[in-house]
Write a protein that binds this ligand. Structure first.
Ligand code: SAM
Length: 283
């Protein structure tokens, strides 16, 4: 798989970008298809993302709160999986330079914010070792094909003393949607998420010191099950990262069945995300 081209070359840190590895022999066909599908769904969601990303905004703000104060003025930060640059502006107020990176070109282009943007795959990072001070990544690394390998690359690109602030969706998320679709068939209709334990083990194996690890459950409420299900689509998060997946549109009666089985709390259809927030350091 080749990485996408660098969109802007006005990086002040020209030593930052390295030629990408071409790892097509290593990429199995399924992985390529999933990447294509993820990219396409997030690209389609670029325009609607901002209005629907409520939970993501809450996680972003909790992740900002973990940033060590006061020492950041000369630092270069990479916003990994930046989406439509919703957090990049806040990051610019903290760090000297912020590079926004995302797999979806449409996501990056949907913002007018002036900042270096790189369209690239986090699983094939086009960044030099020891070149970045801070990585900020909100609600994105769950899309990596190999979380453990990603942690190792992030460790490598950080300078000694570098910090990584990462939130990622873990097991237990979207359980309401899972329950509703179980009324339809035995296929899985949601992504498989890593466990919090696996996340923890992977960051330690990569060599990071964990300064903080928190688990939060963020919940969005909708007035109908249909709106709850649609919310996943509106943020582009419908790609399923496993094979046992039912593809295609639901018939009207199938959709009705799913909606009737949706678990309601106080007459509201909730969508819950279990999220691990990490503050990591490279020594
Ligand atoms: C849920 S959005 C989060 C956007 C933003 N960080 C926020 O806090 O709202 C996830 C983003 O990750 C990006 N993404 C998914 N897979 C990726 C990959 N392999 N490499 C880089 N970005 C990826 C998607 O295109 C999408 O913009």
């Amino acid at each position: 798989m080749t990485a996408q081209p660098v969109l802007k070359t006005d990086l002040t840190q020209t030593q930052l970008v390295k030629p990408c590895l071409v790892s097509s022999e290593l990429d199995i066909e399924l992985n390529k298809e999933l990447k294509k599908s993820t990219k396409s769904k997030f690209s389609k969601a670029a325009a609607s993302y901002n209005t629907h990303a409520n939970v993501q905004k809450r996680a972003a703000s909790d992740l900002f709160a973990l940033i060590k104060p006061g020492i950041n003025k000369n630092m270069l930060c990479v916003d990994l999986g930046a989406g439509p640059l919703v957090n990049t502006h806040t990051l610019q107020s903290v760090f000297a330079s912020v590079v926004a990176m995302d797999l979806s070109l449409d996501m990056l282009q949907s913002s007018d914010l002036t900042t270096p943007k790189i369209c690239a795959d986090m699983d094939n990072l086009p960044l030099q070792a020891n070149s970045v001070d801070v990585i900020y990544s909100n609600f994105a690394v769950q899309w990596s094909a190999n979380f453990s390998a990603l942690m190792q690359s992030l460790y490598s690109i950080l300078k000694p003393g570098g910090q990584a602030y990462i939130s990622t969706v873990v097991e237990g998320s979207l359980n309401e949607i899972k329950t509703a679709f179980a009324a339809l068939d035995s296929n899985s209709h949601i992504n498989t998420f890593n466990s919090a334990l696996y996340i923890n083990q992977s960051v330690q194996k990569a060599g990071f010191t964990i300064n903080s690890a928190q688990k939060h459950i963020y919940t969005d409420e909708y007035t109908t099950p249909l709106k709850a299900i649609a919310s996943i689509k509106a943020i582009g998060a419908t790609t399923q990262n496993h094979i046992n997946t039912r593809q295609g549109l639901l018939t009207k009666s199938a959709l009705q069945k799913v909606c009737s089985a949706y678990p309601l709390i106080n007459n509201k259809a909730c969508v819950s995300y279990h999220v691990v927030l990490l503050s990591l350091e490279k020594h």
